[in-house]
Design a protein around this ligand. Sequence first.
Ligand code: ADP
Ligand code: MG
Length: 398
Amino acid sequence: MKKVITDLDVMGKKILMRVDFNVPMKDGKITDENRIVQALPSIKYVLENGGKAIVFSHLGKVKTEEDLEKRNIEPVALRLSELLEKPVKFINATRGKELEKAILEMKDGEIVMFQNTRYEDLDGKKESKNDAELGKYWASLGDLFVNDAFGTAHRAHASNVGIAENIGVGKTAAGFLMEKEIKFIGGVVSNPTRPLIAILGGAKVSDKIGVIENLLEKADKVLVGGAMMFTFLKAQGKKTGLSLVEEDKIELAKMLLEKGKGKLILPIDTVIAKEFKNDAEFRTVSVDEIPEDSMGLDIGKATIELFEKEIAGAKTVIWNGPMGVFEMSNFAKGTIGVCESIAHLKEATTIIGGGDSAAAAIQLGFSEKFTHISTGGGASLEYLEGKILPGIDFISSK
Ligand code: ADP
Ligand code: MG
């Protein structure tokens, strides 16, 4: 078991807090503050329990001098201050005298935030390559380390792994958000309540090979939709028309079909159109009758019903990848159907992993219906592949 923030005695201590404030921004304005909101519980916990919170995050990539301006994280500090209704002292540096002085002057319950950790990438990728000296330096600024940045957990950077390596034994803990991700996404791959039904879709088989392979082992059933279904259908010898198929993954799909016999369930019908447009004429056909001049853009009604039956008995559902082109209303019904089937479950743990899947559930109005929507895109995929995520691995055990 990993240590969590509540296992630390934060009173009077300087708590280094790696959060995920990598928010989308346009012209210096935050366009979606979800990640800031998700980090609040851990920050509030430290402040309310008499700790000194030293908060930091990366924001985008920093490769050139111009990026310094574009990736300035100060607007996030301002928004954080509004959300906390407390002053946040922002230091426009990632190291040095001013930062050290600000930390030295902190009183219990106060908060200091410093500049984008990837400013350290401009000169030799120190953050992203986990430069030994940098991790050691940051670790020297605090007494304890809380890692709440699940979105970066699949990367071994100085601001997560580097600090944990240097701060000392037993001094790193997961924040509340990280704890949730470990419990739910980690729980699916390590110890799921069965039956575990995995629903996989999205654009490409190639993006998801590791996830399919791992979940074929772990899950009781794997339902496949999205564009990736056509590579599997083609592997079965079916005609797929203009649908997205990854020719170089057909052999792999054949292997997965063989391995997943009795477990892997493919759609039986699909919604097709001649063009990739919402106002294109569309109709539903059996997967055995996809015409040469058409592409499948969603799963059909019979498949929605088939999937509903499979989902109905689940105790755990993990869903990654939309069932169709949900961004276009005419091809969103499959994704809506799966969301509804999941919403009908009374005593199941239901989890979404994956950036577009989470966006789909939120956009289609189902976000309240899931037990957990993962905040990590790449991190949740790698976690579902069964990989050890360095950001989590380096959190102290209890
Ligand atoms: P996630 O980010 O949740 O892992 P992906 O990035 O793999 O999901 O896939 C999401 C994309 O897959 C969506 O933009 C969606 O439009 C697309 N998609 C789903 N089904 C199809 C299809 N039949 N044809 C083309 N694109 C599809
Ligand atoms: Mg995606």
